[in-house]
Design a protein around this ligand. Structure first.
Ligand code: F6P
Length: 531
């Protein structure tokens, strides 16, 4: 078991020593720390000096990674082995960004040509729509694109659209519908004309109840305008692995873009699920995005562990989760364009590593995936940072900032970045009682104004938010999640935990239709809603 490993025990002992140390002292005693506890790779500068670690910590963490066979498991993924054991599937999102001349064989077949065939089809289709050549049923060009999907079929597309808005076609309107709450659909359709609207129905399975309900409502919305089933083929395209259901819906399978069972939903934004992204930013920028993912894939696969961004960040996450009792981790992008990035990472990390049994099916005896959350800076500062600074919980933070803004406006950007640097500094070093008193604060008020500090953070500094760097950033977190899943020995690629609620919801719908639910709460709902 993990906790019986010598590498684990050494870390546990070491953690007891480090617990007593303050980042103020660690910096005072090790003057090169800020310069040397850094990684500068692939256009990302990671400063991890403000972590509660000594120079001994990383080697010990990497010992654990080594003993847990991280390198071997990483190779198994890259080589297409069926590492998703419970679903008996390969896990090959990395193949989605492999160059044309790479060979990745799954079940005897090289998957790279298939990947590029779909990418080429997507590019051709995107150009047809973007050029106005693709016409709606009444001959109008498409001006509105609505992605209908949920989970991995929504969060990647919406996050990427928001992140890359500055690279997108401003004359096209993009909307995203995910929630089965009719409000989501109703509000998304405001101001749109069906004659100019293209729906991209994104669902790996094409059976997800939320997406299928929204897709049927969208179909009715279009039919309401045209009253001709032929309109479906002009206003709907699909991204799915399920050709049968796509065609049963009325979508021409010539306009279906496929992917494969070796692409997990939350790892699918570089598959055909990226169609809405490609429609927004165009095929060339989409290829740059893929190239960014690829750069990070290669870095993860080949960089030595001590200078490997996902490995170092992943292992620091393990350090806090398992040896410091941290339950959550905050991701704090200092860039408004990344406002949906924390939401995207929530699914990526929590659906992957929110597991309580090992790959072998034994109950784990240690903590696994943390709760991931965050908001863009500086909004978070005026909301929840109080708790991070002075609350009772230890919350490791990832700050993400860009040296150059896409919207230079007066002093905004320096002010934004100064805030980010200031937060990392305040968290690490705090403010002592002596400092507070020396500023003339009354004795009784001093405890309220003291900042304990010693609160850890990473800072990622990147030159500019480009499609390439967004790709790197997403792949960085994909591989952080992979690294942590290996240490915790969980299957990061299934999601059985979402099944029970789905099944129960369908049973309750049947009970509601029958009018005789057993639960008084649901009867109460029916009494009120059916009045
Ligand atoms: O929430 C469970 C889940 O299976 C996710 O993993 C997935 O991203 C989402 O549902 C959507 O699934 P689909 O693309 O098949 O509609």
């Amino acid at each position: 078991m993990l906790t019986d490993l010598n590498a684990w025990k050494s870390l546990a002992d070491h953690a007891r020593e480090v617990e007593r140390l303050h980042l103020r002292d660690l910096f005072a005693l090790d003057v090169k720390r800020a310069e040397e506890l850094t990684i500068d790779a692939a256009g990302i500068y990671l400063d991890y000096s403000k972590n509660r670690i000594t120079r001994r910590t990383l080697p010990l963490l990497l010992d654990l990674a080594h003993v847990c066979k991280l390198e071997e498991r990483r190779e198994q993924m890259f080589q297409g082995e069926a590492i998703n054991l419970t679903e008996k599937r390969a896990v090959l999102h990395v193949a989605l960004r492999a160059p044309r001349d790479e060979r990745i064989v799954v079940n005897g077949e090289d998957v790279v040509p298939k990947v590029h065939e779909v990418l080429d089809r997507l590019a051709r289709f995107a150009e047809t729509v973007r050029s106005g050549e693709w016409k709606g049923f009444s001959g109008e060009p498409i001006r509105n694109i609505v992605n209908v999907g949920i989970g991995g079929s929504d969060l990647g597309p919406v996050m990427a659209y928001e992140a890359l808005r500055s690279y997108s076609r401003r004359d096209l309107v993009f909307r995203f519908v995910s929630n089965v709450d009719g409000t989501d659909f109703a509000e998304a359709m405001q101001g749109l004309d069906p004659a100019e609207t293209l729906f991209v129905i994104s669902s790996k399975t094409f059976t997800t109840i939320e997406t299928m309900t929204n897709a049927q409502t969208a179909r009715a919305w279009v039919m309401n305008r045209f009253d001709d089933a032929g309109a479906v083929a002009r206003h709907f395209v699909a991204v799915s692995t399920n050709a049968k259901e796509v065609s049963a819906f009325g979508i021409d399978t010539a306009n279906m873009f496929g992917f494969w069972d070796w692409v997990g939903g939350r790892y699918s934004m570089t598959s055909a699920i990226g169609l809405s992204t490609m429609l927004a930013i165009g095929p060339d920028h989409f290829r740059e995005l893929l190239a960014g993912f690829r750069t990070m894939d290669v870095h993860f696969r080949t960089a030595p562990l001590e200078s490997n961004l996902p490995v170092v960040m992943g292992m620091l996450g393990v350090w806090y989760t398992n040896f410091f009792g941290a339950d959550t981790t905050a991701v704090l992008p200092y860039d408004q364009y990344l406002k949906r990035f924390p939401a995207y990472l929530q699914q990526l990390s929590m659906e992957s590593n929110g597991k309580g049994v090992t790959r072998g099916g034994d109950r784990v005896a240690y903590e696994t995936g943390p709760i991931v959350w965050g908001e863009p800076g500086t909004n978070g500062q005026h909301s929840f940072y109080q708790l991070i600074h002075q609350g009772t919980k230890l919350i490791p933070c990832d700050f993400i900032g860009f040296a150059r803004t896409l919207n230079p406006l007066g002093k905004h950007h320096d002010l934004l970045m100064a805030n980010m640097f200031a937060q990392a500094e305040a968290l690490a070093f705090g403010k002592t009682r002596e400092q507070v008193l020396s500023e003339g604060t009354a004795e009784w008020l001093a405890p309220h104004r003291v900042f304990a500090g010693n609160r850890p953070s990473n800072t990622l500094l990147i030159e500019k938010l480009t499609p390439h760097m967004l790709g790197e950033l997403v792949a960085l977190y994909e591989h952080i999640v992979f690294t942590q899943g290996v240490i915790w020995d969980v299957n990061s690629f299934d999601q059985w935990g979402v099944e029970l609620g789905k099944v129960l919801a369908m049973r309750i719908v049947r009970e509601m239709d029958g009018g005789t639910p057993a639960d008084p709460l649901i009867r109460r709902y029916l009494d009120i809603s059916r009045k």
